[in-house]
Write a protein that binds this ligand. Structure first.
Ligand code: FMN
Length: 352
C-alpha cells in the first residue's frame, strides 16, 4: 500500500490525499479585466469533483503589468474578489481545499513596459523580450502589490496562497544571480524582496493563513535552490512546491539513470534539506509513477498537471484502479485551443 491516498495535514488544513493539481493557466478564458468568468468557475468545479487533495489555482496576476498574457485572471483590485470567491465556493462545495498562485511575469510580461531586477533580455516562445531594471521605488510598489494580492486572496476565502517563484517569472528573476545583477540590497543573495513580502503578508492576514511558494530547484544550480529553500523555511514559508527555475539561465541535473524528470529530482534534494512540506512535479503519468515518485523523493505531495487537463477525474480513476489516460505531448497543445480535440482526451474516450 503506497502513500498516494493517505490523509495528511498542512498547517491545520486536512488534505485527503497526496495528489495536488498544480497551477495551470487557461489562456483565452477570461477578458482584459482579469475577472473570473463562468468558464473558469466551471473548470475548477469539475476539477474539484475529481478527488484531489488540493487544487492550486492558475497564475493569477498582481498587476496588469505583470501579465503573461492579456487574458489572465487578476487579483490586482478588490473588484476581482467576488469573481474569485465564486471559484473558491465551487471548489469548497466539493470538499476540496484551494490555494491561488500569486503571479507577476517580470521580463516575460506581455505588456509594453517590461521590468526585471536588472536589465535583461530573454527569448520566450521565440519572442525576444527585454526588461528594464526596476528602481528601488518600483520594487517597493511591487512588494505592496504582492502583499495586497495575498490580502485579497484571504478575503476571497482561499485556504492559502502560493507565491509564483519559478518558471522564469519575477521572483525567480530576483533569486537567480545570473539574472539579478543588482549591487544594492536587492541583490540575489539577500532575498530582500521575499523578506519584505513575507513580513508584509503577515501584517494583512492571520498567522494561520497558509503561505507557500513555487520554487525553482535549479536557480541557477541545485545548491542555490536548496539554499533558497532553507532561507524560506527560516523565514516562515509554509510549503515549497518545487519546479524548474529561470529556464534560460539554469543548470538542471539528474543522476545517471534517474527514472523521473530533473524537477522531481530537485524536489527530492529540497525535501532532504528542509522540514516544511515539499511538493514535486513533472511528467507523472499514472498512479504507479505517482507512488514511485513519492517513495523516491519522500515529498509530501505530487502534482498531476497535464494528466488532469486530459481527465478531470484523474485521482478518482486512479483510486478505483482505472486507467486515467495521459497527455500525449502534442507538438502544439490542442487542449489549449480546442479542448474537444485534445489527443489525450480523444484516446481516453476511445479506450473506455
Ligand atoms: C496549460 C498549462 C498551463 C500552465 N500554467 C502554469 C501556471 O499558471 N503556473 C505554474 O506555476 N505552472 C504552470 N504550468 C506548469 C504546470 O503547473 C506543471 O508544472 C507542468 O505542466 C508539469 O507537470 P505535468 O508534467 O504533470 O503536466 C502550466 C502547464 C500547462 C500545461
Amino acid at each position: 500500500m503506497g502513500r498516494l491516498f493517505e490523509t495528511w495535514n498542512l498547517k491545520g488544513l486536512e488534505i485527503k490525499n497526496r495528489i495536488c493539481v498544480p497551477p495551470m493557466v487557461c489562456f483565452g478564458w477570461n477578458g482584459d479585466d482579469g475577472m473570473a468568468t463562468e468558464k473558469s468557475v466551471n473548470h475548477y468545479r469539475a476539477i474539484a469533483k475529481g478527488g484531489y487533495g488540493l487544487v492550486i489555482q492558475e497564475a493569477t496576476c498582481i498587476s496588469r503589468q505583470g501579465r503573461l498574457s492579456g487574458d489572465q485572471l487578476g487579483i490586482w483590485e478588490d473588484a476581482q474578489i467576488p469573481g474569485l470567491k465564486k471559484i473558491v465556493d465551487a471548489v469548497h462545495a466539493e470538499g476540496t481545499p484551494i490555494f491561488v498562485q500569486i503571479h507577476h511575469a517580470g521580463v516575460i510580461s506581455s505588456e509594453e513596459d517590461r521590468v526585471c531586477p536588472s536589465d535583461y533580455t530573454v527569448s520566450h516562445k521565440d519572442v525576444e523580450k527585454h526588461g528594464r531594471e526596476l528602481t528601488v521605488e518600483e520594487i517597493k510598489a511591487l512588494e505592496e502589490d504582492y502583499i495586497q494580492a495575498v490580502r485579497r486572496a484571504y478575503e476571497a476565502g482561499y485556504d492559502g496562497v502560493e507565491l509564483h517563484g519559478c518558471h522564469s517569472y519575477m521572483l525567480s528573476q530576483f533569486m537567480n544571480r545570473r539574472v539579478n545583477k543588482r549591487t544594492d540590497e536587492y541583490n540575489a543573495d539577500d532575498m530582500l524582496i521575499l523578506k519584505n513580502i513575507l513580513e508584509g503578508i503577515r501584517k494583512v492576514v492571520p498567522e494561520e493563513f497558509i503561505v507557500g511558494i513555487r520554487l525553482g530547484a535549479f536557480e541557477p544550480t541545485v545548491e542555490d535552490g536548496i539554499a533558497h529553500a532553507k532561507w524560506l523555511e527560516a523565514h516562515g514559508i509554509d510549503f515549497i512546491n518545487v519546479s524548474y527555475g529561470f529556464s534560460q539561465d539554469a543548470d538542471p541535473i539528474t543522476p545517471d539513470g534517474y527514472p523521473f524528470a530533473a524537477a522531481v529530482y530537485g524536489g527530492k534534494c529540497i525535501k532532504e534539506a528542509v522540514s516544511v512540506p515539499v511538493f514535486a512535479v513533472y511528467g507523472i503519468q499514472n498512479g504507479e509513477m505517482a507512488e514511485a515518485a513519492l517513495e523516491d523523493t519522500k515529498c509530501d505531495m505530487i502534482n498531476i498537471g497535464r494528466g488532469v487537463l486530459v481527465n478531470y477525474d484523474w485521482a478518482n480513476d486512479v483510486k478505483e484502479g482505472k486507467d486515467p489516460g495521459k497527455c500525449l505531448y502534442c507538438a502544439k497543445c490542442l487542449w489549449r485551443n480546442q479542448v474537444e480535440v485534445c489527443a489525450g482526451k480523444v484516446l481516453l474516450e476511445r479506450n473506455r
